[in-house]
Design a protein around this ligand. Structure first.
Ligand code: FAD
Length: 257
């Protein structure tokens, strides 16, 4: 009885699934190949955008294509499982930056670095990169002796933190539930980034340009270069004209797989 009910629920869920044609096509195409184009497919996005629903659809498609898991035992056990508790959240309630660089004095023989200097919303995956860049900066500072070491290091670290900090904090302000001041520039950038995300769904060049900024390979102004702005405009006009995303080139850029 329980399993029949579960089957009916699964069927009902599937009938309600709409859209996401590009994502489904991408997955089906990968399933159809002997060696898929990618080893890991990440689904990333804010809560409520449909990641779990899309994953369920992927699992169903894989089963139907006879490409389910080689050992589906764990999947069979958990696929219809009910969570025992509420989800647990990680313990970083907000981005946090401590301005040791603004202190007039700092105890000799001590330093602060990594998350203790600035910790970011982990969803942007920047913390380890920033800590590594700070380590390289500390190496440079030590090469010049230990005179005023903390002062020199915090100055260098501040420059390293500025960009990822503004990216993380600014991007979080896109969500209305996040408290914080939004000046004209923040509102403009977040409006532009939402348009960029839209265009990036079907334009790999825009997608890669954005990921390079998020991964600290390029600076934020690189996504407002004329070439990228033109693509963002074109992508949005094209979508406005009523075209389907699925009809376009795939969003997975060769550089990323
Ligand atoms: C869920 C999540 C996902 C993340 N994903 C990414 C990612 O994809 N990419 C990325 O770049 N960054 C990511 N980060 C951020 C990254 O993990 C941190 O920025 C990075 O680990 C910071 O390094 P750290 O050395 O400053 O601190 P930590 O790595 O936290 O190291 C601090 C160490 O100090 C120890 N410690 C604490 N108190 C004491 C004490 N009193 N005595 C002795 N030892 C102590 C702790 O046990 C710990 O081992 C993520 C963070 C989280 C929470």
């Amino acid at each position: 009885m329980a399993s029949r009910l579960a089957n009916r629920l699964t069927q009902a869920r599937r009938q309600r699934f709409v859209g996401r044609r590009a994502e489904l096509e991408l997955f089906r195409a990968a399933l159809g190949r002997d060696v898929p184009d990618f080893a890991v497919l990440h689904l990333v996005g804010p809560g409520g955008m449909g990641k779990t629903t899309l994953l369920r659809e992927y699992a169903q498609i894989a089963e139907e294509a006879g490409r389910g898991l080689d050992t589906p035992a764990i999947y069979q056990v958990i696929k219809d499982a009910e969570p025992l508790t509420e989800p647990a959240t990680h313990k970083i309630p907000s981005n946090l930056r401590r301005r040791y660089d603004r202190l007039a004095r700092f105890p000799q023989g001590y330093l602060v670095m990594g998350d203790a200097l600035a910790s970011f919303n982990p969803v942007y995956g920047q913390g380890m990169s920033v800590a590594a860049l700070e380590s390289a900066a500390l190496d440079d500072c030590l090469a010049q002796g230990d005179d005023r070491l903390a002062e020199r290091f915090f100055k260098q670290a501040g420059k390293i933190i500025d960009i990822p900090w503004s990216t993380a904090v600014g991007n979080d302000l896109r969500f209305p539930e996040v408290a914080g001041p939004r000046n004209g520039m923040v509102r403009f950038i977040n409006w532009y980034i939402s348009k960029l995300h839209h265009a990036a769904q079907h334009d790999p060049v825009v997608s890669v340009a954005f990921l390079k900024v998020v991964n600290l390979v390029e600076s934020p102004p690189s996504v407002i270069k004329p070439g990228i702005m033109w693509r963002v405009l074109r992508g949005n006009l094209w979508a406005k004209a009523g075209n389907e995303v699925a009809g376009r080139e795939t969003a997975v850029a060769p550089e990323l797989v």
